[in-house]
Write a protein that binds this ligand. Sequence first.
Ligand code: NAD
Length: 303
Amino acid sequence: MPTFADKIRLTTMLLKGKEVADQIKIEIAEEVKTIVDKGVRPPHLVAILVGEDGASKTYVKNKELACEKVGFSSTLVRLPESTSEEEVLAKIEEINNDDGIDGLIVQLPLPKHISEHKVTQAIDPAKDVDGFHDVSVGRLTKGQDTFISATPYGIIQLLERYKIETSGKHCVVIGRSNIVGRPMSILMSRSGNPGNCTVTLCHSRTVDLESYTKSADILIVALGIPEFVTGDMVKPGATVIDVGITRVDADTPRGYVLKGDVEFESSEKVAGYITPVPGGVGPMTIIGLMQNTLKSHNLKFSN
Ligand code: NAD
């Protein structure tokens, strides 16, 4: 049974992505209303979903609901698992050429016979609201204005809204994926706020990982292994951002529970700030996507 002091500590240290995301959705909805009141069409996001992956269906559904909430138009293009790569590329081409669409995402992972690289490179960079195209990644790396991939963008905003000081801090990122770890490391090292960190990027070949995590003022964990980081690996007072979401079989009505890459129970006792799973990074990822779509729309209509 937590004491009163425990409860206060818990509420002050949680980085509540869900609450921040709800607030930002209100702000986006207000902006969309202003746009529509001027007689301009609202931002329009299209998602392509190939196959029947359960988690992907949930993610796409959540993105559609978020669009509805902020007043965007959204279209879901559902294609069967057997769709050929050429057919997916043709669909992308059609959407690229449609002026009524501002943002296009293709939900990953794709079936094995379809190249993720070819698909992400086929999207017009002007509609690349997931920020996976080489042009977006290149611009991000050079510190130019671009679509930042949604999860890192969401995390940056979470740090910003909670006014977490990052300048001069040691940020350790675990995981070097193209969609989370690598862009995250670039953003945290850039000249800017949040940013200006000294960054260490750890991965599956890192030797003595714990020696790095223990010196991290900001620890960003994105490797996909449930409860991998435990409290004894966390520096006292650190900010811990848990990106992981894994469905772990459990005796619950859904048959699973969602677990992060950080063992919450032991880590929250040590950390200064920590994101919960669910309700931390996940809702902020959707915000990153909404903001990129709005940005694309604004670039088109604000001239
Ligand atoms: P990925 O599988 O593409 O990459 C995993 C990375 O972890 C690799 O770079 C690998 O080097 C590293 N790694 C693996 N084992 C390691 C070890 N033992 N020690 C150190 N590093 C190790 O994963 P991803 O796409 O970046 O996703 C990571 C997690 O984040 C997954 O659980 C995923 O579901 C989740 N995710 C969540 C969101 C969100 O919105 N919350 C968004 C994207 C991904």
